[in-house]
Structures are given as structure tokens and as C-alpha cells.
Ligand binder design. Sequence first.
Ligand SMILES: O=c1ccn([C@@H]2O[C@H](COP(=O)(O)O)[C@@H](O)[C@H]2O)c(=O)[nH]1
Length: 234
Amino acid sequence: MTNAIYVAIDTPDLGQARALAEAVSPHVGGLKLGLEFFAANGPAGVAALSKTGLPVFLDLKLHDIPNTVGKAVAALAPLAPAVLTVHAAGGREMLQAAKAAAPNGCKVVAVTVLTSLDSADLADIGVSSTPAEQVARLADLVRSAGCDGIVCSGEEVAAAASRWPKGVFVVPGLRPAGSAVGDQKRVLTPAEALDRGASLLVIGRPITAASNPAEAARAIAASLASSPALTAGA
Ligand SMILES: O=c1ccn([C@@H]2O[C@H](COP(=O)(O)O)[C@@H](O)[C@H]2O)c(=O)[nH]1
């Protein structure tokens, strides 16, 4: 059975990242390393955490012209990420360039609408659609560009999964009942997201900011145990 939880190791401190990864490793399916970790530690830091043996999800959310993104993905290929993110808003040619440059076995998934945004935030950047409409539109673009899946919130994942049966659906913005929401705006519990069709569950602060991260990860994994979708994974 695949564990769908990828823990977001969001810290610039390599020692702390390594300690967190080792503590939670029995209870998660992989590590998600993002901008905060990568800006501080670079490819060498990613290689160091790969030594845990857990799959690494490199969440760099690349968004640039097609040539630049393609070359950046090629430069990241030696790190052998299991999953790599780009922004769907980069457009079809950029998505195609990212997928073409990705190493074998790496899922290229595109961020649709960040889970920290709501309709008012979209209006601020000139998007009059709701998050659900925008996710659906961008999911169709990502699929037709040949990428492997999308990042969306738990609120949109059921609709997206029904339109793309073989897609990979990465869902962040997850909060066990009662945990602090922080800067996230479109939030669901991990179990709800899994039941609605998420393939990968990205969970950061509910685990990493807990007084006992290993116990927090264990409890979240246990909360998924009765889900019919338990075997979901990338
Ligand atoms: O739409 C998105 C895309 C990526 N993320 C990333 O997921 C984690 C969430 O961390 P929490 O502490 O559980 O909020 C973080 O690394 C984000 O960069 C996202 O939240 N939303």
C-alpha cells in the first residue's frame, strides 16, 4: 500500500530538515522540498535528503519562458525527483518544454490556483473566474500539454479527477480538524482530500510545527486508514 502523504520540509536549516525527515519517515510516503529549503541548500541539500531513501518531490513551481524552464528542468534531472512542479500559467509551450526535459519516471505536475488564493485574490490579478473554474480550465491545458497532473485544493480535486482519470492530483492546503489554517484559504482535511480523489497529500505545518512531528504524522496517516482510496499514490 502506498502512503500518499508527502511532508513539506519547509526550513532553510539542513540539520533541522534532516532530523524532521528521519523522525517522520516511518509515517509518510515522501518528502516535499520547496523554495525555502532549495534557496538555502540548493541541489546538494536535495541530494543529502534523498539519502533518507524516501522519494523526493521538488516543489520549485517553475514559471518562465519555455527555453529557461526546459533548461532548468534538465539541470535538476540528476537529482531524480519523483515529482516536479511548474506553474500552469506559464502556458502550453512552457509545460511541454518542462515535460520534454524531465527525467524518466518524474511526474511533472502544474500548479493551477495556489491554495492560498480565493476568488477575491483572483480578481486582484485580473482573473474573473472562480477558483473551481480556473482549476478546470488549467487542468485541461496541462493535460493537453502532456504533463502528468496538477496541484489544486481539495475543493476542486473531485471535479478535476473526474475529467482526467489518469491524472496525478497533488493537494496541499490540508489541515486536520482543529489545526491552525495560517495563510491557506482553500482548506480540507487530509482524509476528505483523499476521499475526493487526491493522489498525493502535501502536509507541512500540521506535522512540522507540531510539538511531536512523528506523532503528528502517525496520527494523520492513521486518519487515512479507513479511506477507500488508501492505495492512491503517484
Ligand atoms: O497551491 C499550493 C502549492 C504548493 N503549496 C505548498 O505546500 C506546502 C503546504 O504547507 P502547509 O504548511 O501544510 O501549509 C508548502 O510547502 C507550500 O509551498 C501550497 O501550500 N499550495
